[in-house]
Design a protein around this ligand. Structure first.
Ligand SMILES: [Zn+2]
Length: 94
Protein backbone atom coordinates (compact mmCIF):
# COMPACT_ATOMS: atom_id res chain seq x y z
CA UNK A 1 0.00 0.00 0.00
CA UNK A 2 2.99 2.26 0.46
CA UNK A 3 3.43 2.42 -3.32
CA UNK A 4 -0.14 3.54 -3.77
CA UNK A 5 0.53 6.55 -1.56
CA UNK A 6 3.78 7.35 -3.32
CA UNK A 7 2.16 7.02 -6.73
CA UNK A 8 -0.58 9.45 -5.78
CA UNK A 9 -1.13 11.67 -8.78
CA UNK A 10 -0.81 15.19 -7.48
CA UNK A 11 -1.85 16.55 -10.87
CA UNK A 12 -5.38 15.40 -10.06
CA UNK A 13 -5.28 17.23 -6.77
CA UNK A 14 -7.25 20.36 -5.98
CA UNK A 15 -7.19 22.58 -2.95
CA UNK A 16 -9.87 21.49 -0.49
CA UNK A 17 -11.45 24.91 -0.88
CA UNK A 18 -12.73 23.55 -4.18
CA UNK A 19 -15.10 21.32 -2.22
CA UNK A 20 -16.21 24.04 0.21
CA UNK A 21 -19.64 24.09 -1.40
CA UNK A 22 -20.21 20.42 -0.65
CA UNK A 23 -19.30 20.92 3.01
CA UNK A 24 -21.61 23.90 3.13
CA UNK A 25 -24.41 21.67 1.85
CA UNK A 26 -23.71 18.89 4.37
CA UNK A 27 -23.11 20.94 7.50
CA UNK A 28 -24.85 24.19 6.65
CA UNK A 29 -21.81 26.22 7.67
CA UNK A 30 -18.53 27.31 6.13
CA UNK A 31 -16.08 24.50 6.91
CA UNK A 32 -12.79 25.35 5.22
CA UNK A 33 -11.39 26.92 8.41
CA UNK A 34 -12.78 24.14 10.63
CA UNK A 35 -10.06 22.21 12.46
CA UNK A 36 -9.71 18.47 12.14
CA UNK A 37 -7.17 15.85 13.20
CA UNK A 38 -5.72 13.01 11.14
CA UNK A 39 -6.44 9.63 12.74
CA UNK A 40 -3.28 8.21 11.20
CA UNK A 41 -0.52 10.70 12.14
CA UNK A 42 -2.26 13.10 14.53
CA UNK A 43 -1.67 16.14 12.34
CA UNK A 44 -4.12 18.91 13.20
CA UNK A 45 -5.13 21.14 10.31
CA UNK A 46 -7.95 23.15 8.84
CA UNK A 47 -10.15 21.26 6.39
CA UNK A 48 -9.21 23.78 3.71
CA UNK A 49 -5.58 22.64 3.87
CA UNK A 50 -6.30 18.95 3.18
CA UNK A 51 -5.38 17.45 -0.17
CA UNK A 52 -8.57 17.15 -2.21
CA UNK A 53 -9.16 14.69 -5.02
CA UNK A 54 -12.36 15.21 -6.94
CA UNK A 55 -11.83 13.23 -10.15
CA UNK A 56 -13.48 10.02 -8.93
CA UNK A 57 -17.16 9.36 -8.33
CA UNK A 58 -16.75 11.04 -4.95
CA UNK A 59 -14.46 13.46 -3.16
CA UNK A 60 -11.44 12.25 -1.21
CA UNK A 61 -9.60 14.48 1.26
CA UNK A 62 -6.15 13.34 2.35
CA UNK A 63 -3.91 14.49 5.18
CA UNK A 64 -1.38 17.06 3.95
CA UNK A 65 1.29 15.51 6.21
CA UNK A 66 0.99 11.71 5.80
CA UNK A 67 -1.32 11.64 2.73
CA UNK A 68 -3.65 9.07 4.29
CA UNK A 69 -7.36 9.36 3.48
CA UNK A 70 -9.19 11.40 6.12
CA UNK A 71 -12.60 12.08 4.58
CA UNK A 72 -14.62 10.63 1.73
CA UNK A 73 -17.77 12.22 0.38
CA UNK A 74 -20.03 10.49 -2.13
CA UNK A 75 -23.17 12.06 -3.50
CA UNK A 76 -26.13 10.22 -4.95
CA UNK A 77 -29.38 11.74 -6.24
CA UNK A 78 -31.00 11.14 -2.85
CA UNK A 79 -28.21 11.36 -0.29
CA UNK A 80 -24.72 12.41 0.64
CA UNK A 81 -22.45 9.78 2.22
CA UNK A 82 -19.71 11.04 4.52
CA UNK A 83 -16.96 8.64 5.57
CA UNK A 84 -14.86 10.33 8.26
CA UNK A 85 -13.00 7.28 9.56
CA UNK A 86 -9.65 8.89 8.86
CA UNK A 87 -10.38 11.90 11.07
CA UNK A 88 -10.26 11.89 14.86
CA UNK A 89 -12.76 14.77 14.86
CA UNK A 90 -14.26 17.59 12.85
CA UNK A 91 -14.92 20.76 14.80
CA UNK A 92 -18.00 22.72 13.80
CA UNK A 93 -18.24 26.22 15.23
CA UNK A 94 -21.64 27.11 16.69
ZN1 LIG B 1 -1.90 12.33 8.66
Amino acid sequence: MEETVNDMNRELMLDANAVAGVFQEIFGVEMTAAPTECAHCGNEAEIGTLLAFTQGPGIVLRCSTCEQVMLRITQTPNAIYLDARGAVYLRLAR
